[in-house]
Each structure stands twice: as C-alpha cells, then as structure tokens.
Design a protein around this ligand. Sequence first.
Ligand code: NAP
Length: 257
Amino acid sequence: MPDASTGDGVEKLLQGKVAVVTGAAQGIGLEIARTLHRHGSQVVLADLDCDGARRAAAGIAGAGTDCVGTACDVTAEDQVKQLVATTVRDFGRVDLFVNNAGITRDASLKKMQVADFDAVITVHLRGTWLGVREAAAVMREQRSGSIVNISSLSGKSGNPGQTNYSAAKAGIVGLTKAAAKEVAHHNVRINAVQPGLIRTPMTAAMPPEVFAQREADVPMKRAGEPHEVAGAVVFLGSDLSSYITGTVIEVGGGRYM
Ligand code: NAP
C-alpha cells in the first residue's frame, strides 16, 4: 500500500534534488534525511557528532554514495560555509537546506543561568541564521531552492521552563519571514515547521510524568513521530509547495490550534 510519509510505492517528490539536513545524526533530523532520500533526494547529513552522522548516513536503507555524513557545528560560521561549499563541490547544487539542529537547557527562570540561555539562543538562532544565509547565497544564483527551519510549538505558546528555547523558536519564525521576503524574487522559498511533542531522544530526556501530561494535552491524544515532521519537510521541499513561502506549518496533533 502506498505510504505518503515514506515515499514507498508513491511518486518520488524529490527525485534528483540535493538536500542538506543539520543535526541529522539522530531524532527528527535523521528521520527527515531518511524520508528525503526515500523521495529520491541525495542527502548530506550534518551533525556536531561526525561519527554519528556518518553512521546515520550509512544506516539509511538503500543509501550508497548519495547519502553522506559530515561534521558541522551550526554555531560556527566557517563550518556552515564549508558544509554548503562541499555540498556544491560534491553534488553540484543545494535544492533543500533543513535547519534542524537543536538543544534544550531547560530550567525555571529562577534557576536558569546565562550560559543556558546563550547556548540555546546560539544553536537555534545563530545556527539557523547561518544556514539560511549560506544556503540562500547558493540558491539565489541557482534561481531555485527551498529552506526549511525547524521551530517548535514552544515558540508559539511559550513553555514554562523553556524561556530560552521558546524565545529561540519564536525568533526562528521572525527570521524565516524576514529572509523569505528578501529572497522570494530569486525563486528561493523559506518556511518553518513547528513540531509539537515528538518522540525523540530529546523528549526521552523529559521526566515520564511531564511527557504523559503533555501528551494528554494534545487533542489527538498522542505524541507525534519523527516521520510525521519529515512529511511536512518533504512537502515544503518539493514542487507541491512551489507558491508557498514565509509560512509556518504546525505538526502538533492539534495542540495550540
Ligand atoms: P535530538 O534528538 O536531540 O537531535 C538533535 C541533533 O542536533 C543531535 O544529533 C545533536 O547532536 C545535534 N546538534 C546539537 N547541537 C548542534 C550543533 N551545534 N551543530 C550541529 N548539530 C547539533 O533532537 P530532536 O528532538 O530530534 O529535535 C530536532 C529539532 O526539532 C530541534 O531543532 C528541536 O528543537 C526541534 N523540535 C523537537 C521537538 C520534539 O518534541 N522532539 C518538538 C519541537 C521541535 P548531539 O547529540 O551530538 O548534541
């Protein structure tokens, strides 16, 4: 039976495209990379954890030389430049760039340290901004491309204990819209995805009672799975969304609608 989330048995929506996914060694990023590949894309999986990225690339079913893992700290300007440059050198172009890398450093306002605030803002906001800037530079010359920034419903609603993360994820929405306006006339589209509660190593670190409470708050009464976020990224990366830019797609089971 055709499965639109995986591309198995359905038309491949990204045939011949070249994609880069940051933070792709595990979790949502890995699932995005896997799904993009199933839809016919060549994929560069970038992560702080280089061995993890290489293992993840090698573990993608049917992956040969069209899936590679590489090191990239998204907070480092030279490394993001290098990531985009080596992708162009090795694959010829960049059609889709997914700013997915992320961290949490949760604490109440009373207990949160400046270092926790700075770390989260730097990875999410500076990291996404660098990815947008470098990918857009290549895409405007190509006169085509799609950038997808992974925000969070935490940036829409604000979660207690996540003043740093909610600020960063809301900031990604502003960055997405401003950048989308700058490059739209070059046929470069930039959109954001706001996942809700998704089952990944990041949320596995939550106390089980907090996870259960958040799950109970979801109208669909379950956490989402990484492939359900990946489906939205495939749509935004494909020609199905050719007239969509500067938008935010919520993948949250109806939470905070
Ligand atoms: P995850 O399992 O922790 O994966 C995040 C990946 O990003 C890890 O491989 C991590 O590497 C990597 N990373 C961290 N800092 C990096 C950096 N400076 N440069 C490059 N890579 C870096 O998290 P996830 O749950 O899949 O989350 C993926 C994205 O979705 C994040 O942006 C997150 O904020 C967002 N999101 C997640 C949820 C959810 O419920 N899970 C909900 C909304 C939004 P290391 O392991 O080596 O640090």
